[in-house]
Design a binder for this molecule. Sequence first.
Ligand code: NAD
Length: 295
Amino acid sequence: KSKGKKQAKAATKENKLNAVLGAGIMGGGIAYQAAVKGQPVVMKDISTDALDLGLKEASKILSKGMERGKVDAKKMASTLNNITPTLDYNAMKDADLVIEAVVENAKVKASVLQETEKTVADDAIICSNTSTISINQLAKNLDKPERFVGMHFFNPVHKMPLVEIIRGEKTSDDTVNAVVAAALKMGKTPIVVNDCPGFLVNRVLFPYFAGFSKLVLDGADFVAVDKVMEKTFGWPMGPAYLLDVVGMDTADHAAGVMAEGIPERMQKIGNDPVSLQYRAERLGQKNGKGFYEYG
Ligand code: NAD
């Protein structure tokens, strides 16, 4: 708690205090990204194990940077020092920008957002990193929806330049502008989009995944499809490998949300390779087996 106070003092007008809720894959990555750009960040979770994992991930990225000669010991120490792990909402009471990145569950997010609004100052900005929940729906949990906006990072956060800034019906221009500026300060490339199922990227990506799934159901060999898309079409990876990176649980859930939100454009296939693997607990890289196996 006392460390949180020290960090809050370190924040200046130019170097505002960020807070990240959730120290998972995304929250940990976002905290690292702010910290490596010299910004103090409070990282809150509900368990010390989760906080340790978030910090470990940041150390791992920094160690890899050191191996490649891109990070020195000073940078490593200052980056880690910028992150204040906490279990206590109070540690983020002076935050200028809060990014919620807890589990993708509307009820959990509702309670976390309400608790956040009670804790921070009236002019603090509150963002959600949700992939699939409507920003307008989440905004209903807040007394001041004008200061709420989507801030959707991509995994892995330290490598992916894009951040989708999702404007809700009640989001103010000042909020959008502040979050665009915050994304730029974190070294990212923001785009502003309206609230809709899939925002921009998943709106393009999921019809592509659905097209791939139908090909596999028609009998296509997924390895051959990956080879074509990667080696000869020139994309960084094919659809099967990308689905292993995204995770079958996440992909199956997002496909369902999009089919529900825009049924005229997307239908859930049901017995497609993503759903089948999800039900068989082949989640992809996160548990070592999906389309491919990982040692
Ligand atoms: P994750 O499961 O890795 O991490 C979630 C973290 O939230 C866990 O550490 C958990 O302990 C913590 N948490 C749960 N309840 C909490 C609470 N009440 N207060 C504070 N922390 C709490 O999940 P993730 O993959 O990092 O996803 C987080 C969010 O980011 C989700 O909304 C997801 O849709 C979104 N997202 C995920 C990806 C991705 O590829 N994983 C990409 C973009 C956006």
